[in-house]
Design a protein. Structure first.
Length: 589
């Protein structure tokens, strides 16, 4: 059993066994001793009664003065025992309990034979006549050395057996009681002796589970007290050591978790030992899923696996630029060899250059777009100036026409520069928002009234679908007006004659959504993701006037209000531009 594996019971068990065995041996001895004493007493008693019977029956054999059976019954009644008077040939002459005539010849009975042979016979056996165990003791009836007969006395062993049973029960109870007391005493002593060991064990288990602040009381100066003292010293030093390691580990985890670059540590076999959160985002895996697995199974890029192999082989730093086939991100990977305990591993750094590459591409495109947008008005101004210089200035009508065109191109350039400056301020957060409660329904009606003349010239109808009881939002009225004007202006400009523009508002519980829908030419599917980029124009819109900055300004204005803007379109059927503003603005810049 598990309980007997403990030190407490290994100490107590031998003492308990010794006490129980000793008490059992003593009990057996006492039981035998009492039984023998009782039988000896009974034997002496029966011998005395048998000899009294022999003396009393002597006259019967000598002078035949009375009936032996009457004498036997009288003596049996007086001495409370079974008395039997037997002739030398074994014939029963008298019996205190039975009719002699009905009894068998007793010449073969052991006690009768021994009495005739040695002068005293004894036998213990089951009496078929009385139906119980009996002790028989017989002596000869003699006269001047001549055996006249046999006198026998007998008593049942029931009383002796009952007495022995009572003594046995008493001894057994004494043994059980003593054993229980011994078990209890041994348990208490063993428990007190092993208590420091149990306390050390419990404290060690708590330390193993992470509870390092453990201290057990030192109650004695013996070996157990020394053990407790040594354990307390160990616990303190371990807590101090683990605390230092934990602090360093926390610092390392904090650094790794907040690094923008992805980090992987690999062993000499190229299996991953550690990965930070940035690398999980770059390659769409979880650290627990890739630990102890080869690098190629986690990143699934041949270039990264190859520089790791080269780094482990050459023990020199390796670097490579590649585009991830999993996330389509442009990455720079650096493998640095690390050596510990004679084993060479590698530390891999992954830098996401996608945004930098995109910014470089955007910068080139921006310069190209600005150059393209500025080239047209500047070329027109130069051409008209050269025409005037070559003599057209003398033609007053032509001069006025050219000057008017030059003024228009200059206004276009001024608007473009102003929009670029506005977009730059919004993107960099330098454009301060003047937040105030704003009703988008009222603002929509004002913009509709403002653009109705333009819509009339373009043969486009403007309609509204404004939600009732629309709550107000905190927003910059002028900038949201500019956003709504840009969306409605585009909806009118890129519509068809006889087309329709619908301005709608609704609330979804967390924000107000404003939508501008048209029935115009629509936007090709491949162009739709780019409509909010600077200077972006679809091919069908190239002929239309505009800087290509309106939707970019609208996007950054809405985002500055912590809202969202999006477009939906089907080519040839029209477009819908929508933006949402939160009902509870979280901040204002």
């Amino acid at each position: 059993m598990k309980v007997f594996r403990s030190v407490q019971w290994r100490i107590a068990a031998p003492f308990i066994i010794l006490i129980v065995v000793s008490m059992s041996i003593l009990g057996v001895y006492l039981t035998g001793f009492v039984r023998d004493s009782q039988l000896d007493n009974l034997r002496s008693h029966l011998e005395k009664e048998a000899r009294i019977t022999a003396e009393a029956s002597l006259p019967v054999f000598l002078v035949r003065s009375s009936d032996p059976d009457i004498l036997a019954k009288q003596l049996g009644k007086e001495i409370d025992a079974r008395i039997t008077i037997i002739a030398p040939d074994g014939k029963v002459l008298g019996d205190s309990d039975e009719d002699p005539a009905a009894m068998d010849n007793h010449a073969t009975r052991p006690e009768v034979k021994d009495a005739l042979a040695s002068g005293l016979g004894e036998s213990t056996r089951y009496s078929t006549t009385l139906g119980e165990q009996m002790m028989y003791l017989a002596v000869p009836v003699t006269n001047q050395g001549l055996i006249l007969g046999i006198a026998r006395a007998a008593l049942p062993l029931t009383e002796i057996q009952n007495s022995i049973d009572r003594i046995t029960l008493s001894i057994s109870l004494a043994i059980v009681t003593t054993a229980l007391l011994a078990i209890a005493a041994a348990g208490v002593i063993a428990r007190a002796t092993t208590r420091p060991i149990r306390e050390v064990t419990k404290a060690a288990r708590r330390i193993a589970s992470g509870e390092l602040e453990q201290k057990i009381p030192v109650r004695t100066r013996d070996e157990t007290g020394q053990l407790a003292h040594a354990f307390n010293d160990m616990s303190f030093n371990l807590q101090k050591l683990i605390g230092g390691i934990s602090a360093e580990h926390t610092k390392l985890q904090t650094v790794l978790a907040n690094m923008a670059d992805g980090v992987i540590m690999a062993d000499a076999e190229g299996k991953i030992l550690l990965a930070n959160q940035a690398i999980e985002r770059l390659f769409n895996f979880r650290e627990n899923d890739v630990i102890a697995r080869p690098l190629i199974e986690a990143v699934r890029d041949h270039e990264a696996d190859e520089i790791l192999k080269q780094c482990l082989k050459t023990r020199q730093t390796q670097a490579v630029h590649f585009e991830s086939v999993i996330t389509r991100r442009f990455l720079r990977a650096i493998a640095i060899p690390i050596q510990e305990d004679g084993s060479v591993g590698a530390l891999l750094l992954f830098q996401d250059l996608t945004e930098l590459r995109s910014l470089q591409t955007m910068r080139r495109e921006l310069i190209g777009n600005i150059s393209h947008e500025l080239r047209t008005p500047i070329a027109g101004i130069k051409a008209m100036a050269e025409t005037l210089k070559e003599g057209a200035i003398d033609d007053k009508r032509a001069t006025m026409d050219f000057l008017s065109r030059i003024e228009g191109e200059a206004d276009r350039l001024t608007q473009m520069v102003s929009e670029l400056a506005e977009l730059s301020r919004i993107e960099t957060g330098r454009a301060e928002l003047r937040l105030a409660p704003l009703s988008l329904n009222l603002l929509a009606e004002e913009v509709v009234a403002q653009l109705n003349p333009l819509a009339t010239r373009e043969q486009v109808t403007i309609a509204t679908d404004l939600a009732n009881d629309l709550p107000t939002v905190r927003a910059d009225k002028d900038r949201i007006r500019q956003t709504l004007v840009n969306l409605m202006h585009n909806a009118i400009k890129f519509n068809r004659p006889g087309g329709r523009v619908t301005v709608s508002t609704k609330a979804d519980g967390e924000s107000i959504i404003t939508s501008v829908s048209d029935t115009g030419i629509g936007i090709p599917k491949e162009d739709l993701p780019h409509v909010f980029e600077r200077f972006y124009k679809t091919d069908k819109a190239r002929s239309k006037a505009g800087s290509g900055l309106g939707l970019a300004i609208a996007k950054h204005t809405v985002q500055a209000h912590e809202g969202n803007i999006w477009a939906e379109s089907e080519e040839g059927k029209g477009s819908t531009f929508s933006f949402s503003l939160p009902l509870k603005a979280r901040s204002a810049r």
